[in-house]
Design a protein around this ligand. Structure first.
Ligand code: GTP
Ligand code: ZN
Length: 310
């Protein structure tokens, strides 16, 4: 049948969708890598449940634009949330690298929350201690990180600016064959590390920024750099809070790996580990086997999860 619009692009047959990888997100606008091409994609309506790292199916609406039709099944999903809504951080990552530094001082609360997010998403977590060249602050920082090292989280010491070659050499084998997200508070040196690992990062960011029309706010969006077919690294904006309102109490107790040996050993099978008599977790806190700070965070997160309004 002759078309009335001879110049219109041929209509895609239903099901003729293309697939791509979401490499940046800004609001409901996504940059999608499909083969050699980068396309701007939007979601239908007000949905914004697509994350950087997602593999998606899209329908092309113009040579360099598309509409997201579906999201492939995710291996993992990292997200945070406050009382009102959740915010996706990254999909399909294998590991989370939490960047801290000798200076400025980092927040234990944010580190611990990030670890809980990783545990509950089934993502392995590492700590990256940057700026080890600031020697005055090194012993104290190392001591602060002991609590995480004792829990079995690897701690890697690097210095992006003072020992760039060693730092790069330390990173590459950790990243190989995996998808990694780097997170950290502002000022820890996350951008310096990304620039070491991805020498063209600045150019890529400018490109993405132009494609997504993010204006000058180049650091306010999450982006993925594909290093080779099997290796990618995701840079996310610095953050100041890490709400985990989405995690239920059951998920929380399992996300504290230091609680694991005691779960199921409390007097009451439905123990909340907050003030119950005969609580094995509280006894471990008393005896020092579980750090007090960790239990305080658990109690805070249980409180938060009871406040969810969505
Ligand atoms: N001494 C020292 N300074 C470093 C090192 N790495 C980064 N810095 C400095 O720390 C400051 C912050 O580094 P950035 O890479 O911008 O930090 P960031 O974590 O990306 O911070 P935001 O961009 O604010 O999110 C800069 O002045 C860097 O030069 C390091 O290994 N040693
Ligand atoms: Zn208990």
């Amino acid at each position: 049948m002759a078309s009335k619009k001879p110049h219109a692009a041929p209509r895609q047959a239903a099901g003729a969708l293309e697939s791509g990888l979401v490499i940046a997100a800004h609001g409901r606008h996504y940059l999608v890598q499909a083969g050699e091409q980068k396309l701007q994609c939007v979601t239908r309506g007000k949905k914004s449940d697509v994350s950087v790292g997602d593999r998606i199916r899209f329908a092309r609406t113009s040579p360099n634009q598309g509409v997201v039709e579906s999201i492939d099944e995710r291996k993992t999903l990292l997200y945070r949330s406050d009382q009102y809504k959740s915010k996706l951080l990254a999909a399909n990552v294998d590991q989370l690298f939490i960047v801290v530094a000798t200076e400025p001082s980092f927040s234990d609360d944010l580190v611990s929350r990030s670890l809980v997010a990783a545990e509950s998403a089934g993502v392995s977590a590492h700590l990256i201690l940057n700026k080890t060249d600031i020697e005055e602050a090194l012993p104290k920082t190392r001591e602060r990180l002991q609590v995480y090292a004792r829990l079995g989280y690897p701690v890697h010491e690097v210095s992006a600016t003072a020992r760039p070659d060693e730092t790069r050499a330390a990173f590459l084998p950790l990243l190989a064959g995996k998808s990694t997200i780097l997170i950290g508070q502002s000022g820890m040196g996350k951008s310096s590390l990304i620039n070491l690992i991805i020498p063209d990062a600045d150019i890529a960011v400018r490109e993405i920024s132009a494609a997504l029309d993010t204006g000058k706010h180049t650091t306010t969006f999450t982006r993925l750099y594909q290093m080779d077919e099997a290796t990618s690294i995701i840079d996310s904006p610095g953050f100041q809070e890490f709400g985990l309102y989405q995690l239920s109490e059951g998920m929380l107790e399992r996300a504290f790996r230091d609680f694991t040996p005691y779960l199921g050993k409390c007097r009451f099978y439905n123990c909340h580990h907050l003030s119950e008599p005969g609580c094995a977790v509280l006894e471990a806190v008393q005896s020092g086997e579980i750090a007090g700070l960790r239990h305080q965070l658990y109690a805070q997160l249980v409180h938060e999860s009871s406040q969810t309004l969505y």
